[in-house]
Write a protein that binds this ligand. Structure first.
Ligand SMILES: [Zn+2]
Length: 61
């Protein structure tokens, strides 16, 4: 049985109204979310929960 590759998941700040070029992308959704959460906290001082960021991704699909 062939291995199914996960699609690349991508989140970028500019999609959410930020004047920022940061984007987080990976095939592992947890990595995308963790990196995006860290960036949001470090650079924009906003703490999004894991669930909230997950909803961002799910709504795009
Ligand atoms: Zn940003």
């Amino acid at each position: 049985m062939a291995m199914m590759k996960n699609p690349i998941v991508k989140l970028q700040c500019s999609d959410y109204g930020y004047d920022c070029t940061y984007s987080s992308s990976d095939r592992n959704i947890s990595i995308v979310i963790n990196n995006f959460q860290k960036h949001m906290s470090d650079k924009h001082f906003i703490d999004y929960s894991y669930e909230t960021v997950l909803q961002f991704i799910l709504r795009k699909q």
